[in-house]
Design a protein around this ligand. Sequence first.
Ligand code: SF4
Ligand code: MSK
Length: 635
Amino acid sequence: DTRARFKKKKAAPKVQNETARVIYERLGDEVLTTPARVERRGTTPCLFGKGGTCCRVCNMGPCQVVEGVEELRGVCGASAATVVARNFGRMVAGGASAHSDHGRQVAIDFYETVHGETPFEVKDKRKLRVVAQALGVNPDQEEQALLQEMAEAALRVFNQQEGEIPLLNRAPEKRKQLWRELGVWPRGVDREVVELLHRTTIGVDQDHRNIFMACARTALADGWGGSMIATEFQDLLFGNPGPIKARVNIGLSVIREDMVNVAVHGHEPVLAEALAIAASDPEIVEEAKKVGAKGVNLAGICCTGNEVLMRRGIPVAGSFLQQEAAIATGALEAVVVDVQCIMQNVAEIARHFHTAVITTNPRARMEGAIHIEFDARKALECAKQILREAIARFPKRDKSRVDIPDHSVDVVVGFSHETILYMLGGRFRASYKPLNENIINGKILGVAAIVGCDNFRVDEEVHVELAKELIANNVLVLTTGCAATGLGRAGLLRPEAAELAGDSLREVLEAVGCPPVLHMGSCVDNSRILIAATEMVNTGGLGEDISDLPAVGCAPQWMSEKAITIGQYFVASGATVVFGPDFPTLKSQVATDFLFHEMERIFGAGWRVARKAGEFAAIMIDHIQAKRKALGIDK
Ligand code: SF4
Ligand code: MSK
């Protein structure tokens, strides 16, 4: 039977990531790790599910639908294109709700902060007026009134029922006109997500084209709404990232043998910020010393890691792929989690060590975890309570089981769009013109974004090979999310990596001391890429719209629904994206043609799919060359 089959297979998992591989090998069969689960399940998941043609939105199904076979439509008569579009729409709604619920929490934290209810304060005063203007708030008013009005305007982005989300006004004129003509300018995040879920229930929207256009509107609500609120208000509260040196990957300077180690894992930085403050509190340091440690050391995982890396230089132990491996070093006293990308297997791995898994958010609890609820209004008390739980675990650490492979690597991070403007743009003219001039004269061929997750079902680190190929061809690479951590592990976030770039890109990078791959933050920070692209048009004078730029995005190892939403908001904003190693619509040619070709006609950008690094690079470089030709700058 299935159970016996699963048990019989011995784990010999393929692991793309060297650090994780070393640790997993040491674990052997002791614990059922995620790669072992992949191995035991086999390599071929359900093809209907994978290709998007399994419908289970009503109880007459599930219906597995085959395109072009009349008898194999859904019981209700649904075509493959409709089923695929509905499933895709539900992914977009899921992804948008995740990032945007994060954004909403940041807006609430900001509201409470400006009303004096949290220990935080608004750190970035320079950016205040820029964000106020983007929200349609009059920046020329007394600061406290301005802050309160901004807090209310930020919350309205989510619950507004009619009208337009104001942040989209930042986009180039031509794009705004297009969104209005197409009727895809989102009204409010909540309305768009709920409407998309409604449309994709049984018996509502049955035109795949209409569903895909609703996907575009919902995704725009996320990118230019919820995610942008998250990015901008986190910057206001915790500071705008600037260039900072740090370390990534598991290693002795990241996970410390002589300290209480606490991994912060998830997405919303407010918890990690509070933990960072509490970790240096003399009272907490003293308590750590009493149990024989030198103090409390924080290390990041996934996007919480990227947030504190960008702003505080706190090291990142790992991306999504390394969450189990970090625990299996045997040296983590606690993994503190909030929301998103925390695998349930984390609790299973932790059970074999002295590590406490501490959930902190009422939206995300886990079996086998301790729950200490985090409330931003009592941020420091909560953070200290969490750290005390970790400190209490330190004496239980079994030194004979501690093994920390020393693979950590130096990185330079903190490339917010303001930093890029300063370093590669006009330091004194505050414009992207100098960057654009280097694009026009061909020193920089174009710009590519490598974003998104890493994925246990992909055997190789596609991000790394791809980035090397792109920079060798003089393409400047921007990165966010777990892809950024992987590129850091490979040493590509160091200025010295400029030596891997083509001659002309290297010349530009060496003049300013930039790495060839610029870490722009967590996955909500893809909104920074939207702003950078907009600024290249608005202040840099390269083309009239984002779709004119020699720029392209990709998510070669996407895993989360959030990546699909990100891809869709890039496409609707005029940036073509390449996803891989597969795509959730491929079992309907009709639906896929719409996304890959018809969207290109409508938005000037479409979706593509590739598997291997070389295929990604070829598609992306061809796309950049085609845009250069259209701009008349192909030399
Ligand atoms: Fe089947 Fe139609 Fe129900 Fe979907 S909505 S499960 S295709 S009957
Ligand atoms: S954490 S969404 S695995 S990037 Fe943002 Fe990483 Fe993807 Fe989660």
